[in-house]
Design a protein around this ligand. Structure first.
Ligand code: NAD
Ligand code: MG
Length: 351
């Protein structure tokens, strides 16, 4: 398959000109999952980087340990021509107010997710470029893949092109963090935001967690042991998903028994049936018409009452207790990987 077979453009190292960042200081705001990876990869690529964190942030020590300069978001933005906004999405509008006075003609304001721009929570001035480079992977992999010489696929989008160079500059950034090694796909803020929200709600986070719990509950309700139900519905999920990741749904069906394949082909559609598909369309409509965004913004303004309660309830589900017990007992349970430094950092939350 060649690039011509894709409807979107895909960019690689040869398409990016890193000299566009040669005389530029990049402010990386936030040093969490994405921030620490972008900042370190940029620095290793020879780009001048300054990290922006609050004065009282406990993460500041980690930035210094990694040999990078740290300042407040406002100070960092003042020094920089290129500002990469990598604080949590819910905090970005407030941080934007702090940096706004320091955005000058021709500067770049860059995001790794389109939520705040697409849903008008941030209104950038007209004289700056507004772009997105969004690695399609958690930050610790963005760092690890860069160090190992591999890359991390990413998305590129241009919302506002004030300089006429917004896209080549974003590509230069994408190259500096290792994304053009693997391929950068061009999209729009709208498409990235809406597909991302839909995917995490219907399939990746919400869909899969409910599928696991429903399967587990069905077996336990029918008298089977919780341990068997856990292995069958949760533990094996990873093995099946790994096969699909490597070779698609077909490779998964090739690897399982004919009985499993026939059962899946005839019964899967009964679980994710027309009704489930109708629900997916409704979820997508609420993403598209802004209803989900409004709800989530209001939830944050009210200090997250629903979120907090649902989160506690999810933790209290029996499958979690069973899993914790079994994972502690069995050697097959994957230990958290040794890149503990990075892992620590991926766990750093808004502090
Ligand atoms: P995170 O929660 O891991 O890290 C946030 C960082 O912001 C932390 O270092 C925290 O100390 C800092 N911070 C919090 N409040 C701050 C404030 N008021 N001022 C300055 N710094 C503050 O965030 P993340 O997951 O890396 O997400 C960053 C962006 O990247 C988001 O737009 C997200 O949607 C996007 N993104 C994340 C992933 C991922 O896998 N985590 C993948 C693609 C895109
Ligand atoms: Mg500036």
């Amino acid at each position: 398959m060649t690039d011509a077979d894709f409807t979107t453009d895909i960019y690689y190292d040869d398409d990016a000109d890193e000299s566009l960042l040669a005389d530029v200081t990049v402010a990386v705001l936030g040093y969490g999952s994405q921030g620490h990876a972008h900042a370190q990869n940029l620095a290793d690529s020879g780009v001048d980087v300054i990290v922006g964190l609050r004065e009282d942030s406990s993460t500041r020590a980690a930035v210094n340990e990694d040999g990078l300069e740290v300042a407040t978001p406002a100070e960092a933005a003042a020094q920089a021509e290129y500002v990469s906004v990598l604080v949590p999405d819910t905090i970005q509008p407030a941080v934007f107010e702090e940096i706004k006075p320091h955005l000058e003609d021709g500067n770049t304001l860059q995001f790794a997710h389109g939520f705040n721009i697409h849903y008008n929570q941030i209104a950038p001035p007209e004289n700056v470029d507004v772009t997105m480079i969004a690695p399609k992977s958690p930050g610790h992999l963005v760092r690890r893949n860069y160090e190992s010489g591999e890359g991390t696929p990413g998305l590129l989008a241009v919302y506002q092109d004030a300089t006429g160079e917004a896209k080549p500059k974003a590509l230069a950034y994408g190259k500096a963090i290792g994304c053009t090694r693997a391929g950068v796909v061009e999209t729009t803020f709208r498409e990235e935001t809406e597909t991302d929200l839909f995917g995490e709600q219907a399939v990746l986070c919400g869909g899969i967690a409910e599928l696991i719990k429903a399967g587990y509950e069905t077996l336990v309700e029918a008298g089977y042991s919780p341990e068997m139900a856990y292995f069958e519905c949760l533990n094996e999920m990873k093995l099946i998903v790994d096969l699909m990741y490597e070779g698609g749904i077909g490779a998964m069906y090739d690897s399982v028994s004919d009985t499993a394949e026939y059962g899946g082909l005839t019964r899967g559609r009964a679980v994710v049936d027309d009704h489930a598909r109708e629900n997916m369309r409704e979820i997508l409509a609420e993403v598209q018409n802004g209803e989900f965004a409004r709800e989530w913004i209001a939830e944050n303004q009210a200090n997250r009452p629903v979120y907090t309660q649902l989160r506690e309830a999810e933790k209290a589900h029996e499958v979690e207790a069973v899993g914790e017990r079994l994972r502690a007992l069995f050697a097959w349970a994957e230990e958290p990987e040794e890149e503990s430094e990075d892992d620590e950092r991926t766990r750093v939350q808004a502090d």
